[in-house]
Design a protein around this ligand. Structure first.
Ligand code: MRU
Length: 337
């Protein structure tokens, strides 16, 4: 992905430092954060300087490699890294691989995981683009949250087919769910699409069903944080509602994710741990005022409490297909992969 003409990945390692695009500052400021120790990298995952399943996974792999380089106790470091965020399967997948690689091979293994993430996302684009059939008129896609290149090492999962379609000269338009409370759609997906010159509009989270009812959505593609063996999918809160609406209006509902997001030890969506986050994310919003000065303001009734589950589970029966680097699968075929 290019930003201001320069090629970037969301996360990379140089020497013993991990470098990350500071996602909490986007879309207002573009800065690179340097995590010098594995504990710095843990904090970066926890505070969502880096977020999105694939990007969290690659970062966690690098953190495990840093721990080995620092001579930290590998068991303790592994537990600390795994405690940063509970839902994205890619985190556990990457930490396990780098932990098992051992001290001498850890950095190379972490790099391999990051490279594989980018390669898989590119392939997801190549398979997924076949679903975008514009037939002379603009093809309208709705997406939720951010499953673009910011959520991975490069390319993205749900946005990768859209980038491939653009490269093939297909006319696409993207409805971007704002994705409250952290607004990954309004802030990150919209910023990515703008960078890529892809026509899009941010829509309120509660507008999707209405647009579907008007026939304005041809396809919905979302990412995934964890896929259970039975094809149930955990993704950003609000995904389930979109899947129900898509079913009601006969709109194909696809999930795009690398196979590193599949949890072979998880029988069904009921077994996926769902992160509960601070109520402050619902109650407050952060951004620049008209003069450009950043600030945080209360946007809810003072004194009211909020509940903030970060993910929900969409049952396999509502999912038309799952796009991975191996192809497009029916949800009930996931157990075969
Ligand atoms: O809380 P986040 O921003 O780390 O949430 C993860 C996500 O970005 C989404 O759920 C996404 O759709 C799947 S991860 C590529």
């Amino acid at each position: 992905m290019k930003v201001a003409g320069k090629q970037y990945r969301t996360v990379w390692m140089e020497g013993s430092s991990v470098f990350l695009i500071e996602q909490n500052l986007l879309p207002f400021d573009f800065k690179i954060f340097e995590a010098r120790t594995y504990l710095d990298t843990c904090r970066a995952i926890k505070t969502m300087i880096v977020r999105g399943a694939g990007a969290i996974g690659a970062t966690a792999g690098f953190a495990m490699a840093q721990a080995y380089l620092e001579g930290a106790d590998p068991q303790k470091a592994r537990a600390e890294i795994e405690a940063t965020r509970p839902t994205a399967q890619n985190l556990f997948y990457a930490v396990e691989r780098v932990f098992n690689a051992g001290k001498d091979k850890a950095a190379a293994e972490a790099q391999r995981i990051a490279d594989e993430d980018a390669d898989c996302c590119k392939k997801i684009g190549e398979f997924g683009v076949k679903l975008i059939i514009e037939g002379g008129k603009t093809f309208n896609i709705e997406t939720h949250c951010n499953a673009g290149w910011l959520a991975f090492v490069d390319f993205g999962s749900a946005l990768s087919p859209i980038y491939a379609a653009r490269d093939q000269g297909k006319k696409v338009f993207v409805y971007v769910d704002e994705t409250r409370p952290r607004s990954q759609g309004a802030r990150l997906t919209a910023w990515e699409l703008k960078n890529e010159n892809i026509p899009h509009a941010i829509i309120p989270d509660n507008a999707g069903a209405y647009l579907m009812s008007l026939g304005k959505v041809d396809l919905m593609i979302v990412g995934a944080d964890r896929i259970a063996r039975n094809g149930d999918v955990a993704n950003k809160i609000g995904t389930l509602e979109k899947a129900i609406a898509a079913k009601r209006y006969n709109i194909p509902f696809y999930v795009a994710a690398p196979t590193s997001t599949i949890d072979k030890d998880c029988p069904s969506g009921k077994d996926i741990p769902i992160e509960e986050r601070s109520q402050d994310e619902v109650l407050y919003q952060t951004g620049p005022d008209k003069s450009g000065k950043m600030g945080t303001i209360l946007v809810c009734s003072p004194g009211s409490e909020a509940i903030n589950p970060a993910f929900d589970v969409t049952p396999a029966e509502l999912i038309t297909g799952i796009i991975t680097e191996k192809g497009i699968h029916r949800p009930d075929d996931i157990r075969k992969i």
